[in-house]
Design a binder for this molecule. Structure first.
Ligand SMILES: [Fe+2]
Length: 350
């Protein structure tokens, strides 16, 4: 990974204070979810070409650091990514409709999250019960495509991608672009928190997961996903099919980034990075609300969760230090601890 020679000053004390916002009731402030201000991003954020991602991140470094400091997430415009995302969604939608073959042939009801490759396969409607949902499952089905199954590790795991061949090819391409972006952003972040030139986030292609999500809402719920943050080091949110995705900024204000129908992708901080950075970066808390009053509402969203190798040891750069301290526990153990709260079974022995 290329290292960054620029140095930036971050207001870590302020960021640590904002971290306290991560609580079940933070940020709503009595405001209706549908009344959250729009947050336009197209034409306001750096444009980075998909064929020169590392160079683009380096050139835009100071703007990206400003975003991280002020907003708590990164936004960039990548020409072509909107259409690439639509193409994946179109094929995923066809796969969801298909009876033979069926995505149900690739159902995972248990999540071997700690194994190499993370979790992968199809999760049917109501598989996931988030912490804040009071036992109510999210109205969504999703497909997990890890880098490992793109590589056919373990052998045979690629079957779902071979069965839905065009989807597999397009999704692998979308995965690759997001992974390259996260790796470049990871290099920038390492240069902020340590002087150790060999530090990188250790993002692992095989442990990272592209999640294709399909919400199907047939009741009148307003919240499709309660506020939450991801487990990952860095996440890449591609433009979804509709508005409704909301983020809390570092100043506590909720906003609705305008990314649907654009080429803007968001790069999120996950809990792994919060941990490794000694709390310097708070997790990018977000939620999804219903953007339409229609009785039957559908929404499509794609996100890449970038993880380090789950067999690697965790590390931390403690407060008031720039030294990397290795920890005894692995990142796989970190994932297990987090998944336990999600209402998804974890495979025994994983
Ligand atoms: Fe999320």
């Amino acid at each position: 990974m290329e290292s960054f020679t620029l140095r930036f000053e971050l207001d870590f004390a302020a960021l640590a204070a904002y971290y306290l916002l991560e609580s079940p009731t933070a940020g709503i402030g009595g405001r209706a979810l549908s009344d959250i201000p729009a947050f336009p991003l197209a034409d306001r954020v750096p444009v980075i070409s998909a064929d020169a991602i590392a160079r683009g991140v380096r050139a835009a470094a100071s703007q990206l650091v400003d975003q991280l400091t002020q907003w708590g997430f990164i936004a960039i415009e990548m020409p072509g990514i909107g259409q690439a995302t639509i193409d994946v969604t179109t094929h995923f939608a066809a796969a969801c409709q298909s009876m033979a073959p069926s995505l149900s042939d690739f159902i995972y009801t248990q999540v071997p999250q700690r194994s190499i490759g993370g979790n992968h396969g199809f999760f049917p409607m109501f598989s996931e019960v988030p912490r804040l949902a009071k036992g109510v499952a999210d109205p969504k089905e999703f497909l997990h495509i890890s880098g490992a199954i793109i590589d056919d590790v373990p052998s045979g795991s690629r079957a779902v991608l071979e069965t839905f061949n065009d989807l597999g090819r397009l999704a692998a391409d979308l995965f690759a672009r997001g992974f390259e972006l996260a790796s470049a952003v990871g290099g920038l972040i390492c240069s902020l928190i340590s002087d150790n030139p060999s530090l990188d986030l250790g993002l692992s292609w095989q442990s990272s997961i592209l999640r294709l999500v399909h919400y199907v809402v047939e009741d009148h719920r307003e919240v499709l996903a309660y506020e939450h943050s991801g487990i990952q080091m860095l996440g890449v949110q591609y433009p979804p099919s509709d508005r409704g995705l909301q983020y809390v900024l570092n100043d506590g204000q909720w906003v609705e980034p305008q990314i649907a129908g654009t080429n803007v992708v968001l790069c999120n901080v996950g809990r792994m990075l919060t941990s490794a950075s000694g709390g310097r970066f708070r997790p990018s808390t977000h939620r999804v609300h219903r953007a339409s009053p229609l009785d039957q509402y559908e929404r499509w969203s794609n996100v890449l969760f970038c993880h380090p190798d789950h067999r690697a040891n965790q590390w931390v750069i403690r407060e008031n230090s720039r030294d990397v301290v290795p920890l005894a526990a692995t990142w796989g153990e970190f994932v297990s601890d987090m998944v336990r709260g999600l209402g998804i079974a974890t495979a025994a022995g994983e």
